[in-house]
Design a protein around this ligand. Structure first.
Ligand code: CU
Length: 201
């Protein structure tokens, strides 16, 4: 605050004295850019990312000013007074840096950090639900067979799918573990067009 007042007086004095400051020489430094930078634009839930600012004057020289940080959506991500962003929930949020009369921002996307290690697949009369299941490497899928019988046959390619669940299976849950990364399609031989995929990440 004192600095700002002093600067204003300096400018006033320079102007009233009739000696207009020139660009080349004695013009006092003023804040021109905040120089916000981020190491990336996506962040996992629970993850952190350090933002930084390097304020500069009209000549590109470092300019000392206080930078404050705020989040445009605290539901998605919070930010500390030091610019450390914390991912809270899936979504997008602008992070704002303010210094002097300037504002700069960067858009952060918060994503789910990890795929589940376990997921169920239910069976409607002639469809798997969900059609696509995403799991982590080494994860297990529980195939939940209802009273109407179904089966699960994995495609021959790619290699690495677990064993098929043959026959006409009903009223039980059968688990399969996926130890190879990839997209594994499967189908029910009883109901043409009943297909699903497991994507192992
Ligand atoms: Cu079926």
């Amino acid at each position: 605050m004192r600095f700002t007042v002093a600067l204003a007086l300096l400018i006033a004095a320079a102007c009233s004295g009739g000696n207009s400051p020139t660009q080349s020489g004695g013009s006092p430094p003023v804040l021109a850019t905040l120089g916000l930078s981020a190491p990336g634009n996506t962040l996992a839930i629970g993850g952190t990312m350090q933002l930084s600012a390097s304020p500069r004057d009209q000549d590109g020289s470092p300019f000392q000013t206080v930078v404050t940080w705020t989040s445009g959506s605290l539901f998605v991500a919070t930010i500390t007074s030091g610019g450390l962003v914390h991912g809270v929930a899936e979504g997008q949020a602008h992070m704002y840096a303010r210094g002097g009369s300037l504002t700069d921002s960067t858009l952060i996307t918060v994503v789910t950090g990890a795929y589940p290690s376990s997921a169920p697949v239910y069976m409607l009369p002639s469809a798997y639900s969900p059609v696509q299941t995403d799991i982590a490497l080494g994860g297990t899928v529980q195939f939940v067979f209802p009273s109407l019988g179904h089966n699960v046959f994995f495609n021959a390619t790619p290699a690495g799918a677990p064993a098929d669940i043959p026959g006409q299976v009903s009223n039980q849950t059968v688990s399969r573990t996926f130890n190879t990364k990839g997209t594994f399609a499967y189908n029910c031989t009883i109901h043409p067009g009943m297909t699903g995929t497991v994507v192992v990440h």
